[in-house]
Design a protein around this ligand. Sequence first.
Ligand SMILES: Nc1ncnc2c1ncn2[C@@H]1O[C@H](COP(=O)(O)OP(=O)(O)O)[C@@H](O)[C@H]1O
Ligand SMILES: [Mg+2]
Length: 340
Amino acid sequence: MNICFVIGKWEEMDPQYETTLTLIHESCKRGHRVAVFSPGNLTIRDNITYAFCKIIEKNQKVSDSIPSFYKNVKFKKQRLPVKGFDAIFLRKNPPLDNNMLNFLDSVKEDTIIINDIDGLRKASNKIYTTSFEDEHNYIPETHVSKDIDYLESVITEAKADKMILKPLDGYGGKGVIVLETKAKMNIRSLLEFYIGDDNKNYVILQEYLEGATEGDVRVLMLNGEPIGAMKRVPKDGDARSNVHAGGTVEKYSLTKVDREVCRVVGQKLVLDGIYFAGLDIIDGKLLEVNVLSPGGIPRINKLNKVKLQRNVIDFIELMHKKRDDAINRKLSFRKAIDDA
Ligand SMILES: Nc1ncnc2c1ncn2[C@@H]1O[C@H](COP(=O)(O)OP(=O)(O)O)[C@@H](O)[C@H]1O
Ligand SMILES: [Mg+2]
């Protein structure tokens, strides 16, 4: 297959803990042709979408060690038509680049994109979880607004003594804070600060999940099923479990409730074309669905002695084969009619 990865900067990848790198390495190991480019490399020439790519040169020995593969790999730079790729992995960290999606609209019918462009438009935001039918109460009580008076009233009417305040478009734990609902003197000033001048930003006020002190659970979902999980434990005195905010990871087995959350959420993810995602779960409640470049494979691999990148590339290969078989069947049926 020809597989490309839309990434940030190759030079800035962490050779040890970058999920994207495990996927690139696995693809190369299997003999697929692999290229990488950044969203800013997309270019239209005469109505055709191209990208200035770094394509991995043919016939290189692919080291078994991912860090040494990363260090030694040789690229060739070339402008290539994006439709020529059988699969595209969108692995650039949030925020979502809408221009990139607009460019890729022109190739989405002919190429497998992980995740689906229209699915990303739907799901790449923290309001997505509120679109789940929540008959089992798997979603924490969540409020989203930029109306300071309203948000203040939600806080003062809250029964709990703590709530979570976070920016709607944050990631990596940025700006997530625990609000003491009784600390009234701070509330307006904090809300004003988060919402910003000209009423710029939405904020999320959310039920505080007590289990957060012991950490949250990151589950990797592939085609609607959990393929691996780990626990992320916050640094002492911090509310956030993200590894980018100093959290550490531990081995974890999904509980019955976690599995049930995955089952319900997984069905919707597949319908929305979100084939590869990372769920954040605390106390059996779904905090967030990470759909843009979910991470965790290297850490889960290490904890569980697995290679989850194999599952992901197996899945892509299978999807590609199904598509190819369908095209070939169509061509042979067409020929039968042409020859009649
Ligand atoms: N409602 C909540 N209750 C308890 N802890 C929370 C809550 N929301 C967020 N956190 C903590 O902050 C971290 C980051 O929040 P999250 O909503 O996943 O945003 P981000 O996109 O920044 O990862 C979570 O992993 C968790 O540790
Ligand atoms: Mg998160």
